[in-house]
Design a protein around this ligand. Sequence first.
Ligand code: NI
Length: 150
Amino acid sequence: MVGHLAEEDKRDFAGRIQMMLHEAEPRLLLNDQGQVARQRNDCDRDIRDLLDEFAGVRNASAGEVERLSPADLDRTGVHPKIGLIRVRELLHEWLYHDLNHVQQIERNAQRFLWNELGRMQAFYPSHGANPGRSASSNLPSASRVPGYVA
Ligand code: NI
């Protein structure tokens, strides 16, 4: 997932913003995330290397965002699945996407811990059927958001 976040910064967020700044209403590219993941082969890499990579990519992305002008925020591009999008919307989706994966990390950590809680599972009666799900159950899941490709 850390590699996915780095690729998303480069391709779908900072990359798309650069296209939208330099071309008039460009048709944005759709990435095959499965293919990207296979090419990256992150499962065979050290997590510290992946985190270093992501930190570098995110730093560069943050610098680009800082340099955006108010007029830049209204630049547009055409997403192949959902049509016209604006830079300001893409910035918000960037953070939304981050938080979606933060929730995923939290859920996975809770699922991992759950079976070792012993009797203390009783402290979390609503979690029994699905540990790690209760905190985010009223937020949209990726599959329920039309056109969500991230
Ligand atoms: Ni994602």
